[in-house]
Design a protein. Structure first.
Length: 85
């Protein structure tokens, strides 16, 4: 299991278009990928669940990746967050 934390810097938070791109990125991996904000969790491969977390600028999130390709998926997803959020 790999986990990383990230503070959202994008003024709009995680909104529709980048959320869709993030889900597409997560779906490239076989591992289970869970995002957590304020004690609520969502499957990062499901856009409606992700949008339901209502992630805003300044929010701290954590992402947990568990599975066969976690060593590849976790750093790639962390880089995606840095590039887009």
């Amino acid at each position: 299991m790999k986990t990383f934390r990230y503070k959202i810097k994008d003024a709009l938070g995680i909104h529709a278009r980048p959320a869709g791109q993030l889900v597409q990125e997560a779906q490239k991996y076989n591992s289970e990928i869970i995002i957590e904000k304020d004690g609520k969790t969502a499957n990062l491969k499901k856009v409606l669940m992700l949008m339901g977390l209502n992630v805003k600028c300044g929010d701290d999130i954590s992402v947990t990746v568990s599975g066969a390709d976690e060593n590849t998926a976790a750093p790639m997803l962390e880089a995606f967050f840095r590039a887009h959020f």
